[in-house]
Every structure is written in structure tokens, then in C-alpha cells.
Design a protein around this ligand. Structure first.
Ligand code: 13P
Ligand code: SF4
Length: 326
């Protein structure tokens, strides 16, 4: 094995990532669903909106994006002159996969009087076909700024779209995509857990189906759930989203007890995002070392996708709190 392909271990791995971060003038951004080691080495941990804003504002030369591909694509769309690396290029998303651009285009063309309000969990091509992008933490604010008589297509997450539609009593045409992680929570197992902890509130992400959301005391984005964790009265919280977020809760609130909501088998291993899990410290190291895998987006497509992202950043600018518990 040559020196170039050797990956250090333990403290040497941490030291090498830190050395490369400085040498490359790189910022490491991580989503709350990344493993604790990655969260702990990141310069910034956040939800999808916060990470987009960080990517748009940073003066680093390199963005090492520890999240999934649509997030790294978003960073490149907003910061085209920066080198954006993703530790594993296969870190996709079931929502993005559910919405092929040509089918989305045909759907839009079949409903010319509708605007497309689209969840950020989609491809760059679908962003380019959309009017306004939303994240879980910006969707409510943005929806309320759209006139009530404006017809809306919402994709690709039918559970987030359905939740917004019920909450604001607005009919929307929903694309039938789901997040495989949030879809895997079990109502039966959740109710069994609640019986054991009757005083524990339930916090759920709006990507969960109504069978879970309907039992929740709080529904919101990852940063919203973290905020709720810091504010709820009591000592135990049931958390219905990807369980790696609990790392931030345990760090900030060591005297409280956080329990991941269960999947159908009664434990929450099926609720770990398999795409986020592809990123590892070793792959982060080699990505910083080789500046590969690197996100590349053709300029015409980038500019088309940027319009709907800019619309989100503009419409959500007054609602955003950065960093939360991270
Ligand atoms: P937020 O962090 O914006 O809540 O998104 C959750 C998610 O599933 C990201 O893929
Ligand atoms: Fe996609 Fe769900 Fe994983 Fe988020 S948690 S990246 S929505 S599959």
C-alpha cells in the first residue's frame, strides 16, 4: 500500500483531518443525522436550511459536506466558486429518488396554473423546475406568504406536504414520495413506548406519516426538535426522527433522557438513515486529502436551480435561527 492510500486511525485520523482542514481552508458542515464522531469534528452542525445558509455565506475555499448529495449540491449551487466535496457520492435520499425530473416536468406541464413549492430533498434538475424551495424549518413561513388562491404542487414528500396541507387548511397537489427512514416508525410500538413513559412528550419530524405525527406534542424540523428538547417540561422526551440527532440533545442536556421512537421491530435501528451512514471519518479524510468526490454542476442548470433556492432564502430570511443547540 502506498503512503497516498493509507488512512490513519484513531487520534492520527483526527489530527490529519484537522491538518487538512487548515491546509485547504476548508469548512466541515454536518447534518444532525451524521454519526457523533462526524458531528463532533464539524465546524457547524445544522438542519437543511442552516446548512444551506452556511454554504452561501462561508469564506472557506473548500466545503466538506457531511450530509447527503442534495445538500452538497445545494452548497455548490449557492457557492459555485468553492470546491464542494462529499465523503461518499452514493449518499442519496429516497425522496430525491422518488422524483425523476422528466416525470416532475410532465406533472408540472399537466397543471400549468399551479406553482411548484418543492422540498429541498430533491435533485438539482427538480429544483430547476420549481418556483420556491422549502425545508422543514422554512416551509410553514413560506407557505403562509403565498396567496391562498394560488394553486400549489408540493413535492416530493407527501407526508410533509400532507402535514402542511392539514395544518394550514390548504389543498395542494402532492407528489407521492416518502422518506424511508421516517416511514419506518411504528405506531403500535410508539404507543407501547408511550404507555411505559406516559409523561414523556413526543417530538416528531413532519417527514413522519400521520400515524406518528398525530401522536406528537411537537412537530418540526431537526433544529425545531432540538429547540423543543431544550424547552419541554419533564425529564424524558420521545424523539421520532433519525436517532443520531439525540447526540446533540445528550451533549446539551445531560440531565434529560431522550428515547428514539421505535421501528416495526421494536428497536430503532431501521430508523438510521442508510444514506447519511455512508459518510465516515475515513472517507471525510480521503475527501479532504484528494478533493474527491467533488460536486460538479453544469452552469446553466445551476443558475436555473439557484432561482428557486434564492426565493427560499429570501422568503425565509426573517425566520431563521442559526446553530440552535449545535
Ligand atoms: P431538516 O434537518 O431540515 O429537518 O431535514 C431532515 C432531513 O430528513 C434531511 O434529509
Ligand atoms: Fe432522505 Fe430521509 Fe435520509 Fe433525510 S433521513 S436524507 S429524507 S432518506
Amino acid at each position: 500500500m502506498t503512503a497516498q492510500t493509507t488512512v490513519p486511525t484513531g487520534n492520527d485520523l483526527l489530527a490529519e483531518i484537522n491538518r487538512l482542514r487548515t491546509e485547504r481552508n476548508a469548512i466541515i458542515l454536518a447534518h444532525y443525522y451524521q454519526t457523533p464522531d462526524i458531528q463532533d469534528i464539524a465546524d457547524f452542525v445544522g438542519d437543511s436550511l442552516q446548512l444551506s445558509q452556511m454554504a452561501a455565506e462561508t469564506d472557506a475555499d473548500v466545503i466538506a459536506f457531511c450530509g447527503v448529495k442534495f445538500m452538497a449540491d445545494t452548497a455548490k449551487i449557492l457557492s459555485p466558486d468553492k470546491t464542494v466535496i462529499l465523503p461518499d457520492m452514493d449518499a442519496g435520499c429516497s425522496l430525491e429518488d422518488s422524483c425523476p425530473p422528466e416525470k416532475f416536468k410532465a406533472f408540472r406541464e399537466a397543471h400549468p396554473d399551479h406553482i411548484a413549492l418543492t422540498y429541498i430533498n430533491c435533485s438539482t434538475e427538480v429544483k430547476a423546475l420549481s418556483d420556491v424551495i422549502v425545508t422543514s424549518s422554512s416551509a410553514e413561513t413560506i407557505l403562509q406568504k403565498i396567496p391562498r388562491d394560488q394553486k400549489i404542487i408540493f413535492g416530493p414528500d407527501r407526508h410533509l406536504g400532507g402535514y402542511l396541507s392539514r395544518k394550514f387548511d390548504r389543498e395542494m397537489l402532492l407528489w407521492p414520495g416518502v422518506c424511508i427512514v421516517h416511514e419506518a416508525f411504528s405506531e403500535t410500538e410508539l404507543l407501547k413506548l408511550k404507555e411505559k413513559h406516559p409523561d414523556a412528550p413526543i417530538a416528531a419530524h413532519p417527514e413522519c406519516p400521520p400515524t406518528i405525527v398525530d401522536h406528537a406534542d411537537y412537530v418540526g424540523s431537526t433544529s425545531g426538535i432540538l429547540k423543543f428538547a431544550g424547552e419541554f417540561e419533564g425529564d424524558t422526551l420521545i424523539v421520532a426522527t433519525e436517532p443520531h440527532i439525540i447526540h446533540q440533545m445528550e451533549k446539551a442536556l445531560p440531565n434529560k433522557n431522550f428515547i428514539g421512537a421505535p421501528g416495526a421491530d421494536g428497536n430503532c435501528s431501521c430508523n438510521i438513515c442508510p444514506y447519511m451512514a455512508l459518510n465516515t471519518m475515513e472517507k471525510l479524510y480521503t475527501a479532504l486529502r484528494d478533493l474527491e468526490p467533488q460536486i460538479m454542476i453544469e452552469e446553466e442548470l445551476r443558475l436555473a436551480a439557484k432561482k428557486s433556492l434564492d426565493a427560499m432564502l429570501e422568503m425565509a430570511s426573517d425566520t431563521v435561527g442559526k446553530g440552535d443547540l449545535a
